[in-house]
Write a protein that binds this ligand. Structure first.
Ligand code: ADP
Ligand code: MG
Length: 265
């Protein structure tokens, strides 16, 4: 990461996420082989693809959990992890990385709630600790968020008193509590029993309706078709094709996409 810096063209609406030639390797294994994409504000992008194609790694790069080896990645106009100075890139300090990450909410396949905290305590922890929000205010907002995800009657329950779907909805509320500008979802329903998938997708659908910018890695093709503005098919570290979800799903242009879809649809 040392060549001259390109910045997004002025004039156009600033993308919420912009990737240009993003490469990521683990040792000698190249996992992302040049990813280019843009996510507009309020857009819902769904990413599908076989296991091992690099979907999680790409989300983790957006959220500073992995560092890219080449290319450029911006969130809301800010280079992820770097600052431009004199045409060179300089790594951000930890505090600056933390500030960038605050704008991004992430929900994982495993909900990772704090087991010793109630739903409400899980939701208010970061606003209090990271943002310095007063406890009373955090509780009020936290309760409203839990209501928004349909858990008004569960605020004082501990994770082990909640179903998987309820825990995942707490995890979504917890991410929203930081008032992110971008939400990343990495297979948020893959660990759930089938009958619990719908309640989580409903919450995500509501977020999309409210205008949240979302990048969703999922195997839920129905959700991708109905809620997604864009569907991206990734395979082996590259974007094979992307476009309107209905077109990609009904009329895929590439054999690799057809082969994948024939297995999952
Ligand atoms: P997907 O989410 O599409 O299933 P991943 O991004 O998790 O794919 O993984 C892509 C490839 O990168 C896989 O071959 C995986 O084994 C490898 N990989 C992911 N994380 C690491 C890591 N921390 N160290 C080494 N290899 C990794
Ligand atoms: Mg994954």
């Amino acid at each position: 990461m040392s060549s001259a810096v390109g910045t997004p063209a002025p004039g156009a609406v600033q993308p919420m996420v912009k990737a240009e030639g993003v490469h990521k390797s683990f040792g000698h294994v190249e996992v992302l082989k040049g990813i280019d994409l843009e996510v507009a504000p309020r857009e819902v992008m769904c990413i599908v693809g076989p296991s091992g194609s690099g979907k999680s790694t790409f989300l983790r790069c957006i959220n500073h959990l992995e560092r890219i080896n080449a290319g450029r990645l911006w969130v809301n106009g800010h280079l992820v992890g770097y600052r431009e100075k004199g045409g060179r890139l300089h790594e951000l300090r930890d505090s600056e990385v933390a500030a960038q990450r605050r704008d991004i909410g992430m929900v994982f396949q495993r909900f990772n709630l704090f087991p010793h905290m109630t739903a409400l305590e899980n939701v208010i922890e970061a606003p209090i600790q990271v943002k310095g929000v007063r406890r009373a205010e955090a509780r009020e907002r936290g309760a409203a968020l839990l209501e928004r995800v349909g858990l008004a009657d569960r605020v004082h329950n501990y994770p082990n008193q909640l179903s998987g779907g309820q825990q995942q909805r707490v995890a979504i509320a917890r991410a929203l509590a930081m008032e992110p500008q971008l939400m990343l979802f990495d297979e948020p329903t893959s660990a759930l029993d089938p009958e619990l998938v719908g309640e989580v997708l409903d919450v995500m659908r509501g977020l999309a309706t409210d205008g949240m910018t979302m990048v969703v890695v999922t195997h839920e093709m129905g959700f991708a078709r109905e809620v997604g503005d864009t569907l991206v098919f990734m395979d082996d570290g590259v974007i094979v094709e992307s476009g309107d979800p209905r077109s990609v799903l009904t009329d895929p242009q590439h054999e690799r996409t057809r082969s994948f879809l024939s297995k999952v649809l």
